[in-house]
Structures are given as C-alpha cells and as structure tokens.
Design a protein. Structure first.
Length: 354
C-alpha cells in the first residue's frame, strides 16, 4: 500500500489550479455542513487536542489533534506553535503536517502540509460563525493581530460579506505595515487603526495574536456597535486570552469545541457563567443564532481536528481533480506479514548497501 503525498509544490499547484477564492469557498461550505452534521448527531466531535509546552530552547507548544470517522479514516494533525519563528528563523508561527490513516488497518493513506490548511480552515471557521452571528450587512472588519492568520481571516470573511474596509492593528509595526501588501489580492482597502477605534467602528472584529499567557486582553472593552461580532481566534493555551472579561460576560459566547474552549479558549475566563450553544448546534439550528445578529456576540475559536479532516478532504479532492501528488511506499509492509525482516526487494538499479 502506498501513501498519497502532497508536497509543498503540490499544495501550490492545488491553489493555482483551483483558485484562492474557490478553494476557500469549498472549505467554508464543507465546514458549515460538517458542523451541522455534528450538531444533528450524525458525526462525532473530535477529542480535545493534547501536547506539551516547551520553554527552551525556544518557547512554544507542540500539539497533536486527532479525529476519527469510524469505519473510514483517522486524521491526525501535528502542529508546532512557535511565536518566535518569523523573527528568529523566517518560518511561520504555526507549522504542521496532516496525516490520514485507514480506520480498518491503521495504514497511512495520505500526508500533506498543515501550514496553509490550518490558516485556511481557521479563516473558514470564522466565516461560518460570522455568517450565523454577525449582522448580514456588515461592511467593516477589524483585525487585532496582522500576522499570517489575519490574511486568511480577511479572505474568508470577504467571501461571505461585502466588506468595504478593514481596520488593522498589530503590536509589531512591521506586521501592521505589511498587511495591506499581503492582503492586496482581496482588493479591500486597509487602514491602520488603534484597538479603541477598531472596536468602536467595526461590525466584525477578529483577534488573532501571539499575546503571551496572562498578558491579555488585546481588545479594550470600549464603546462599540450594538451588533458587534467578535471572532476570538488567538486563545489556544491555558492562561492565554485576548478579550476582556467584562465584554465576555455580557456577550453571547459560542465555542467551536466547548470542552476545549473551557480549558484554553476565551471560555476559560467564564467559570460559573453560562455560555451559549456551541457552533455545531448553531450550524444545525440557525434559528438559535438569528436573534443575536443585532447584539454582541463572540465566537470562541480554538480549532479542532474535525476542521482539519474536512479541509484535508477538500485539498485531496482538488488534487485528484488535477492529477496532483505522488504515491510513495513510506511504510514497510513486509512480504510476509509475520516476518518484519521479509524486506521488499530494492528497485532495479538501486545500489546495494555495503
């Protein structure tokens, strides 16, 4: 059995062949239907992710995120969160790979990059939540944090709202100054604005920062539009939050994965407070969300492996449509299943070991 591998070059070809907008649109639609299937009890929610923090040599987190579709497949994303990566190593803050296994045999069937997939599915999840909870006529988006995630947040939201402008802030001047160039493909005017102006003027705000645990909030609790919707994306560690507690306690707060969000999302601030139905239930029953389109709402987005599994399906299907990827014999499947030394013969012409 061979493994279908999508290299970084294959991913680039997938994006070029499908087009950025069409690919993101497919992921948004797939997530919307998948969330609704969970809400209707037709599919299972992924287990919470696991992992460990590291302080040295470079602070960060390494995590594993599993999802199982019984009788079909298991999807496992391994992901490193390293805030110093862009500055110290010219690498993305979030690096990962996504693997798919056959649920019957455990054999590795597919392997691909998780960097672009993570950014796109996170943006897509915010688009799904915002389409449910934000005012339909929303025109102004605010972004607190102008790194890689901000690009796909703007992209996804621009596909479900007729955005007229985006207000951006980042603690790093280089990030906020370069955002307009990185997001130019959306053709939406970008203005740099401080957080107080962003919360006051925007219909939708996304927070996606690398603020350390205990150092938030990154958004003030100031005057805002009555219908403000916030996608809180950056809280992904115990103790790391981006929103002020006073704002959360008067908002309709819906989490993508309620159990995980109570541990490491904005909901960890809400012990003793009642939160709203989770995103999967809202996707299955949109009528529950409609009254909140004119009131303050928050989507607590921590990200879970079901999202990765669905986004991987979109990438694999698109790759298949365009004949992309390679089949490689990564796993050792001995000629005699009971003899691990029953090695498969070397390909013709391969040099023998000395």
């Amino acid at each position: 059995m061979e493994t279908w591998v999508l290299s970084s070059h294959d991913i680039a070809k997938v994006v070029a062949a499908a087009g950025r907008d069409a690919l993101m649109g497919r992921i948004i639609d797939r997530l919307a239907e998948g969330f609704a299937q969970i809400g209707r009890g037709e599919r299972d929610l992924s287990p919470p992710r696991g992992g460990f923090e590291r302080a040295e040599p470079v602070p960060g987190v390494f995590e594993w995120m599993p999802h199982r579709d019984a009788g079909d497949s298991i999807t496992l994303k391994t992901v490193g969160y390293s805030p110093a990566n862009p500055r110290r190593f010219a690498l993305p803050t979030i690096i990962g790979t996504v693997a798919r296994y056959d649920d019957h045999t455990g054999a590795l069937t597919a392997l691909m990059d998780g960097v672009l997939l993570t950014a796109m599915r996170t943006g897509a999840a915010s688009a799904v939540a915002s389409r449910l909870l934000a005012r339909p006529g929303s025109r102004t988006l605010g972004l607190i944090g102008a790194g890689a995630q901000a690009v796909t947040q703007l992209h996804a939201l621009s596909l479900v709202f007729e955005l007229e402008r985006v207000l951006v802030w980042d603690a790093e001047a280089a990030h906020r100054d370069s955002f307009a160039r990185r997001a130019a493909f959306t053709k939406i005017p970008v203005q740099i604005a401080d957080p107080a102006r962003i919360i006051a003027e925007c219909d939708i705000v996304t927070t996606a920062t690398s603020v350390p645990a205990g150092a938030g909030p990154v958004l003030p609790d100031g005057p805002h539009r009555e219908h403000l919707h916030i996608n809180a994306v950056g809280a992904d560690l115990v103790g790391k939050t981006e929103l002020p507690l006073a704002l959360l306690t008067r908002a309709f707060v819906s989490a993508d994965h309620p159990e995980q969000a109570r541990r490491e999302g904005e909901c960890q601030q809400l012990a003793g407070h009642r939160t709203a139905p989770g995103l999967t239930r809202l996707a299955a029953e949109p009528a529950l969300a409609r009254p909140w389109r004119e009131r303050l709402s928050v989507f607590d987005s921590t990200g879970f492996a079901f999202e990765d599994a669905l986004a991987m399906e979109v990438f694999l299907q698109t790759a298949a449509e365009h004949g992309l990827g390679r089949r490689l014999p990564i796993e050792h499947h001995p000629a005699d299943a009971l003899d691990p030394y029953a090695l498969q013969p070397l390909p013709a012409g391969a040099p023998a070991a000395r």
